[in-house]
Design a binder for this molecule. Structure first.
Ligand code: TA6
Length: 304
């Protein structure tokens, strides 16, 4: 395991009964956050939220039972961070899909309690010779996870350099749903999207988004909120954002699901990615000295 040990992290950042660091299978350090309203887990590798479980509700995030926990390996589920490019690298197919920060070793910057009892954890990643070999720019990222009845995830991108940083990004959230064929996403009606299962053709969304096959869409200039109507689990999962102009909807369905070694053959039926970020035409440019924020707040509303 690279980086500080859970023991050292607990000495500096633990909050008794509310924030502790443990070593997960594969030796990956995890932060466990706990409040009376919800619990969450965050892997320091990739600053990746792996679980968010409100009290009395089914888990909100999907995490594959076949996920691989190993250094420099993407973990299938939770909220992988896609940065500084979303999807394949724009020009070099040998570079990692979705950028390089989701497999990097982030460091713990701070932790604390909000006045309302929410617990938060802030992680940091800065450029290095390894990152500059993939992307020749200085940067400083922070990722702040705040747990209450809602989950709040904020990615801050600071540009300390003297050249503009052009990047695409996403909080690639895997939601757990009772049955994806009994699920609909409301709030994207009439929004233009690139249909990645139809050669990227531009289309307009008619009605709620439903899934009956492989679905991979980038909604552009999307509104800052949508709702996942999870009928089988009798709940609506609210997805709200700031700093995001794209919403991505993805389900691999049967065939693509089978092709992923870190994904169970039946798991497509119980997950749906609803991702906030800035992709394709919604590229972000961070001016020298500026900071860009990408914020996700998500929570569950039981439906009687
Ligand atoms: O967000 C949807 C997507 O871009 C899909 O095209 C699919 O590639 C998915 O991300 C998962 O990517 P990954 O590299 O994590 O397997």
């Amino acid at each position: 395991m690279n980086g500080p040990s859970p023991l050292s992290l607990n000495e500096h950042f633990a909050i008794p009964g509310q924030l502790t660091f443990v070593a997960r299978a594969g030796g990956l350090p995890l932060a466990e956050l706990r409040t009376p309203d919800a619990t969450a887990q965050v892997a320091l590798q990739g600053a990746q939220v792996l679980a968010f479980h409100p009290q009395g509700s089914a888990p909100v995030l999907f995490l594959s039972r076949r996920a691989i926990y190993a250094p420099a390996t993407a973990i299938r589920g939770g909220i992988p961070l896609c940065w500084p490019w979303f999807g394949p690298h724009p020009t070099d197919p040998t570079k990692p899909q979705h950028g390089f920060v989701r497999t990097a070793a982030w460091s713990v910057l701070a932790s604390g309690l909000r006045e309302d009892g929410a617990v938060w954890l802030r992680l940091e990643l800065t450029d290095s010779p390894t990152t500059r070999a993939l992307w020749p720019y200085p940067f400083r990222l922070t990722l702040t996870v705040t747990v209450s009845r809602a989950l709040r995830v904020e990615l801050e991108v600071h540009n300390p350099g003297d050249a503009p940083l052009a990047c695409t990004e996403a909080l690639h959230t895997y939601y757990h749903v009772g049955s994806v064929t009994a699920t609909a996403v409301q709030g994207l009606e009439g929004v233009a999207y690139a249909d990645k299962v139809d050669d990227g053709r531009r289309k307009y969304q008619a009605g709620p988004v439903t899934v009956a096959g492989e679905t991979d869409r980038v909604y552009l200039d999307a509104p800052p909120a949508c709702v996942i109507d999870d009928a089988q689990l009798q709940r609506r999962i609210h997805v709200t954002t700031a700093g995001s102009h794209s919403t991505v909807i993805w389900n691999p369905w049967v065939e693509k699901g089978r092709q992923m070694r870190d994904f169970g053959a039946d798991e497509y039926a119980h997950m749906l990615c609803v991702e906030v970020g800035n992709a394709l035409d919604n590229q972000v440019v961070v001016a020298p000295g500026d900071t860009h924020q990408l914020l996700l707040t998500t929570w569950v509303e039981p439906v009687a």
